[in-house]
Design a protein. Sequence first.
Length: 101
Amino acid sequence: MNRYQEAMMAMPSIESAVCPFCGRPASNRHHIVPRSQGGKDGPTVAVCGFGNAAGCHGLLHSHVLHLRPDGEGWWEWLRTDAPCKHEAALALPGWLPVMRP
């Protein structure tokens, strides 16, 4: 786990009955810091999609949707046109606030 991921581990989970990215019913949970990188007990986001292949859950896994802390204790998100590494996405414009439940 890197320092950036360590900071994200202190952030709150995004709890909602609807997906914060598209508004469809949330049917799954996504670990914001991957479990394989130490995020098993870290924050999650309720998203649409089943498994890792469908809906916004699939977009998070395919690196098209990205999350980052907003600097005020909550989250921002960005959808890219094509998959990109998180480090590259951080420098892109267009980040939007995740609506608080």
